[in-house]
Design a protein around this ligand. Structure first.
Ligand SMILES: [Zn+2]
Ligand SMILES: [Zn+2]
Length: 175
C-alpha cells in the first residue's frame, strides 16, 4: 500500500489535494473485516487537506461501484458510489482519550493525517445501510429459502400458521 499519511507540518497554506486510486486502500480493510462486499469498478477518492486555525479541513469526493448482497434476498447487487464529504479534523490536544477518534496521528513530535483511514471511512459511510435489489424485493421464503422474486415456492404459507394469519389481518386493516 502506498504511504497515505500526510505530514501536516509541511502543508502549504492553500493545502494540498491527493488523488487516491490504490484499490488496496479499500480491498485491504474489506478482507480484514470479512465484509461481504466487492469493488466492481475501481474506487477513486480525491481528498483536499487545508490548514485552518485550530485544525484541518478535509474534504473530497469518492466514486466507484461496489457489489453488496441485497438485505432481503441476498442476491448480489451493484451500488454506484458518488459521494462528497467534508470534515474538520481538530488539531490534537495531547489528551489521548479526547484524541482517540482523531485521524491525526503524532509520531516523533510530527503530526500526520491518516488519509487511508479517511478513504475507508467514507467508503463505509457511502454504502447503503439497507441495500435492496429493488424497493419491493420479496426476499426469501423463511421455510425453504427460495427467492420469492422468482415466483412463489411450494410452501403452504397461506394455511395452518395462525401467526401469519394475524399478520395478514394487520396488513388488511392498514389499507
Ligand atoms: Zn432482493
Ligand atoms: Zn418456501
Amino acid at each position: 500500500m502506498s504511504d497515505t499519511r500526510i505530514p501536516l507540518g509541511a502543508l502549504p497554506p492553500e493545502g494540498i489535494t491527493l488523488h487516491l486510486d490504490d484499490q488496496t486502500l479499500w480491498t485491504g480493510p474489506l478482507a480484514e473485516f470479512g465484509m461481504d462486499c466487492r469493488i466492481t469498478s475501481p474506487l477513486v477518492a480525491d481528498v483536499q487537506v487545508m490548514p485552518l486555525e485550530d485544525g484541518y479541513l478535509v474534504r473530497g469526493t469518492l466514486s466507484g461501484d461496489a457489489t453488496v448482497p441485497c438485505n432481503r434476498c441476498a442476491e448480489p447487487m451493484t451500488v454506484h458510489l458518488e459521494e462528497k464529504f467534508e470534515d474538520f479534523e481538530e488539531a490534537p490536544s495531547g489528551d489521548a482519550e479526547a484524541d482517540g477518534e482523531s485521524r491525526i496521528v503524532e509520531e516523533k513530535g510530527a503530526l500526520y493525517l491518516d488519509v487511508a483511514a479517511i478513504a475507508w471511512e467514507q467508503f463505509v459511510l457511502a454504502l447503503p445501510p439497507n441495500p435492496l435489489c429493488r424497493p419491493d424485493c420479496k426476499g426469501l421464503c423463511p421455510e425453504c429459502g427460495a427467492n420469492l422474486n422468482e415466483g412463489m415456492c411450494a410452501c403452504a404459507r397461506d394455511e395452518g400458521d395462525p401467526r401469519l394469519a394475524v399478520l395478514r389481518g394487520l396488513k388488511l386493516n392498514r389499507q
